[in-house]
Design a protein around this ligand. Structure first.
Ligand code: AMP
Ligand code: MN
Ligand code: MN
Length: 321
């Protein structure tokens, strides 16, 4: 199956001259690393490539060559549309702007709805970049050091430094191959995962001060007031969820983040054996068993109530099964 799928992708790529490559809104390291990695490889093969992330890219990834090539809008036409690390077409933020059905969907989300003509969805991959790195030469493209740096950054960020439960021997072999191109793992680790601004750490403090716990779950919130008090104006939780999901003996952790334009973003994390993508999907969100998210229009208090109630139900299902 892999071989015929790879042949199809190779043919699509070889036919195309203008490629539009897009990823998901509120992009993470896998979205951007996959976009840049595949984009640079297509460019090296002589394609005219347009990389689009409508929300731009996190400044922590500025060190990646190719970062400056990312556009926030689609201006030109294209003859092949490739979507990476995105579970559904709506999540590109481009569904209202582009009528064509995407050509290729490369992803690893369990909630992927196979929205393209060719859907390469491997839910055993720890990152979309793992799929790209493994198959890129079968697609008629070549790896170089800059591409390897982007793809390894994507794998390291999506696995939080190789610590998530979906990291496999294959993930590490692919990472080792990318590393052998001569790039620095220390640079990627520090730039993309470890370094934080003072403001972001103070923002963590605001969230940590409000931690709440009940049987099986912990949660906290980050408000616009917390942003103003700490001076952190980045998107989301500055990855605080990765800290609170380390609280011992707690299978599920949740963060509620008040949004500047109204509404609340919710992030769930779960220990192995629990699937929080199910509860995220109940609210129109998605993700992986161990990491999921959803966006809400209502206010913080209301969202907290309904999300805690439904997550409690999910936990109770596990207890009774
Ligand atoms: P986050 O909590 O934003 O770090 O997201 C955790 C995982 O869930 C990532 O793989 C996201 O791509 C996915 N995810 C987050 N929000 C949504 C959403 N609204 N719809 C679909 N997938 C989402
Ligand atoms: Mn992603
Ligand atoms: Mn991913």
């Amino acid at each position: 199956m892999n071989e015929s799928m790879n042949n199809l992708i190779r043919q699509e790529i070889s036919k195309a001259q203008k490629v539009l490559l897009v990823s998901h809104i509120r992009p993470d390291g896998d979205a951007i690393g996959s976009l840049i990695g595949l984009g640079l490889a297509l460019e090296a093969a002589g394609k005219n490539v347009n990389l689009v992330s409508i929300d731009g890219a996190p400044s922590s990834l500025k060190f990646l060559p190719g970062y400056q090539k990312i556009n926030q809008s689609v201006e030109d036409g294209f003859d092949l549309l490739i979507v990476v690390d995105c579970s559904d077409w709506q999540r590109t933020g481009l569904a209202t702007k582009i009528e064509d059905k995407p050509g290729i969907n490369i992803d690893h989300h369990i909630t992927n709805d196979h929205f393209a003509r060719i859907n390469w969805v491997d839910t055993t991959a720890a990152a979309t970049a793992e799929i790209i790195a493994e198959n890129i030469t079968s697609w008629g493209l070549e790896l170089n050091q800059e591409i390897a740096r982007a793809l390894l950054t994507a794998i390291i960020t999506d696995t939080i430094g190789f610590r998530t439960s979906n990291v496999s021997p294959r993930t590490l072999r692919i990472a080792a191959d990318l590393l052998s191109s001569g790039i620095s793992i220390n640079e990627i680790y520090m730039q993309a995962l470890v370094n934080r601004s003072l403001e972001a750490m103070r923002y963590w403090g605001a969230g940590l001060n409000k931690l709440q716990k009940e049987d099986g779950m912990v949660w906290t919130s980050l408000t616009l007031d917390d942003q103003n008090k700490t001076g952190y104006y980045g998107k989301d939780d500055a990855d605080l969820i990765n800290i609170i999901s380390g609280i011992e003996g707690i299978p599920i952790s949740i963060i509620f983040i008040e949004q500047p334009g109204g509404g609340v973003k919710v992030s769930w994390r779960a220990q192995p054996g629990y699937d929080v993508s199910r509860v995220a999907q109940e609210f129109g969100g998605g993700g992986h068993p161990a990491a999921a998210g959803a966006m809400f229009d209502s206010g913080l208090k209301e969202v907290q109530e309904i999300v805690i109630r439904n997550t409690r139900k999910l936990l109770n299902n596990y207890k009774s099964s």
